[in-house]
Write a protein that binds this ligand. Structure first.
Ligand SMILES: *Cc1c(COP(=O)(O)O)cnc(C)c1O
Length: 407
């Protein structure tokens, strides 16, 4: 098939048969290598979307590909009615990073968060009178995003996500990120947990400050609430630490993970600290697909490569220069750019106008990036993006800003 036929055909197939729940870019991607992807016309792009922080090692890292290919020829799925070596080993490696506790594997961020919300209910039973419905409230943050399931949506106070799907799951209340008092004011006898993203991703790349996170930790310890952190987007090395909360030197009671953990293979996980892990007993939760030999092999390859290639150090080192370059864009183009936020390779550029137009212009100029709430252009390069690739993104952005200046 010629490239033209593939292009037309794919666009037609989407128009005719794929659910219209996404406003998709008019782009069909067919191949990727490292931080680059190519469309069906052979045009190359620098990919700083990384499949929304998923392709942590870039596309088709040779060791990852080899590991997944080998495992696919060995054993793919057995269900959780049996053990498999990769799940045991991956759990050990995550416990090593998160602290004493236990891990449950699932397939996505929303599923990981459902697990955490069920944990909050179990903790509420332990804390309350042992009766259901007495202690079940979960405090979340304004502008949060925790996924599209009913639990996740209920924890996501945005009209565009909740609207048309009510009634939601009861028991959620919302404080303001980085306003500790606003959370303290919401705590009552029915409160079981506080649940926030360490860095809000979809909401506009809004970091919880170390001081705020330590304040939440203290509140939770004081009132016997679980501190549950959603690290689905900011975890797995994106900020230069394996978990973003490590920057604040706090320890949560539970963590939700997904996205970058599998390097492109769907996997989610929750880690629960040792004082609460035993709340889940046989029959209390489950999954058919979670923790397959194949998914866990993919995640083990990600952890191996993060360690062997010293990617946490790489992100920490390279982000210093890269952030400085991006900040200088803010200084050069104050008429378009308000500022930058974020940490490591999770950056948000706050624009003065709707980010959608900028994202489209950047795409035309050869750079793929996602947007985020509140006029924000997000940049999520793979953790192994080189200094030259980071610089290239800045150059493309500068060119696009300059073109708009002239217009
Ligand atoms: C993406 C995301 C989710 C949802 O993950 P899915 O895999 O899309 O279900 C939840 N929380 C955060 C912080 C996310 O960024």
């Amino acid at each position: 098939m010629s490239a033209e036929i593939v292009r037309t055909h794919t666009a037609d197939l989407y128009d005719a048969h794929v659910l219209q729940n996404y406003g998709r870019a008019p782009l069909t991607l067919v191949r990727g290598r490292g931080a680059k992807v190519w469309d069906d016309e052979g045009k190359g792009f620098l990919d700083f979307t990384s499949g929304i922080a998923v392709s942590a090692l870039g596309h088709c890292h040779p060791h990852w590909v080899e590991t997944v290919q080998k495992q696919a020829g060995e054993l793919i799925h057995v269900s959780n009615l049996f053990r498999n070596p990769n799940q045991g080993e991956l759990a050990r490696r995550l416990v090593q990073r998160a602290g004493p506790g236990r891990v449950f594997f699932c397939n996505s961020g929303a599923e990981a968060n459902e697990g955490l919300l069920k944990l909050a209910r179990l903790h509420g039973m332990r804390k309350g009178s042992g009766e259901e419905g007495k202690c079940f409230k979960v405090l979340c943050a304004e502008n949060a995003f925790h996924g599209r399931t009913f639990g996740g949506m209920s924890a996501t106070p945005q009209e565009k996500i909740q609207g048309r799907f009510r009634p939601l799951v009861p028991g959620f209340a919302f404080g303001r990120l980085n306003d500790l008092q606003s959370f303290a004011d919401l705590i009552d006898d029915q409160t079981a947990a506080i649940f926030v993203e360490t860095i809000q991703g979809e909401g506009g790349v809004n970091p919880a400050t170390p001081k705020f996170l330590r304040g939440l930790r203290a509140l939770c310890s004081k009132h016997n609430l679980l501190l549950m952190l959603d690290e689905v987007q900011c975890g797995a090395g994106r900020t230069g630490k394996f978990f973003a909360f490590e920057h604040a030197d706090v320890r949560p009671d539970a963590i939700g993970m997904a996205k970058g953990l599998g390097g492109g293979f769907p996997i989610g996980a929750i880690w629960i600290g040792e004082t609460s892990a035993e709340l889940f007993k046989p029959g209390s939760h489950g999954t058919t697909f979670g923790g397959t030999p194949l998914a866990c092999a993919a995640a083990l390859a990600v952890l191996d490569i993060i360690e062997k290639e010293k990617l946490l150090e790489h992100v920490t080192r390279e982000s210093v220069t890269w952030h400085a370059q991006l900040r200088s864009l803010v200084e050069q183009y104050p008429e378009h750019l308000v500022g930058i936020r974020g940490s490591g390779f999770m950056v948000g550029l706050q624009m003065r106008a709707d980010a959608a137009g900028w994202v489209a212009a950047l795409r035309e100029a050869g750079l793929l990036v996602p947007m985020a709430g509140g006029n924000v252009v997000r940049m999520l390069p793979p953790l192994n993006a080189t200094a030259a690739e980071l610089m290239q993104a800045v150059t493309i952005f500068a060119d696009v800003l300059k073109a708009k200046k002239i217009a």
